[in-house]
Ligand binder design. Sequence first.
Ligand SMILES: [Zn+2]
Length: 172
Amino acid sequence: MINEEKTAETLRNVELSLATIHDREDGVVVGRDGSVLLYQRGTIDKVSVDGRLIKDNIFTHNHYNGMCNLSVGDVVSFIEDGGYETRVVTSDGRYVSLKRGNGVRNTSLGKDMLMVCRDRKFVMGVLRRTMEKYGRVGLPLRNKELENAMNEWLNSNAVKYGYIFTQGRHEP
Ligand SMILES: [Zn+2]
């Protein structure tokens, strides 16, 4: 069981607060009853939490670099830890969420996502899209398109693995 109303309210508050951090990644574990179980301060490029705390719970963290997508590492550890939901928030209040569906799950989602992201076709596709859209391929623009491409992939594929992917934005 999950308290949808309370978890949504807690996540909104927690993520609007995480969105204000500009120099490190912090993470918060929220229980399915909507209570905050842990606030973990992270470092410049990662935040680590004991997997036993993540199990069956919701984990959210900030990407202060502005990339509003779950990294392959985020997805792999979410599945390994048996989390209920994993989320990322950026400083503009946007968020993405991956959570368990109701049916059988195929836990190779993370592994397959890694294969896709490493594939030359995918990497070249991101470059080509960046070039087409902006006429140049500086890193911030490329990261923007990488974010889009990774979210599109999860949006089309998560459900095939028994997971639910959503994107949204907290209005302040
Ligand atoms: Zn992350």
